[in-house]
Design a binder for this molecule. Structure first.
Ligand code: FES
Length: 105
């Protein structure tokens, strides 16, 4: 079972913001679309562009390279719908954010 890693506080990730943290050997994109924190591999499933170079707006994450769009709350593709981000578990302890290296199934 993967360990939880401390990756920062909610003060580091305001609503509407995203940022990358390293969890083990993986760059993980933290995003806070509307007050809840989600974590995804910072790698677009299309051609591996870092999603952190994209835009988070109105609950959607858009890749900067070719504008694939994902639901920031689920990681599911919006355009194209067949795409899906690799998601990681997030846990809050007060305002402290922890991410597990174990992928959400
Ligand atoms: S690499 Fe993200 S849309 Fe192409």
């Amino acid at each position: 079972m993967a360990a939880w890693r401390y990756v920062g506080t909610l003060d580091d990730l305001w609503e509407g913001e995203m940022r990358t943290v390293n969890v083990g050997a993986v760059d993980v994109l933290l995003c806070n679309p509307d007050g809840e924190v989600f974590a995804y591999e910072d790698r677009c499933p299309h051609l591996a562009n870092p999603l952190s170079q994209g835009v988070l707006r109105d609950g959607f994450l858009t890749c900067a390279a070719h504008e694939w769009v994902f639901d920031a709350r689920t990681g599911r593709g919006v355009n194209p719908a067949s795409a899906c981000l690799r998601r990681y578990p997030v846990r809050l302890a007060g305002d402290r954010i922890y991410v597990s290296g174990g992928q959400v199934e």
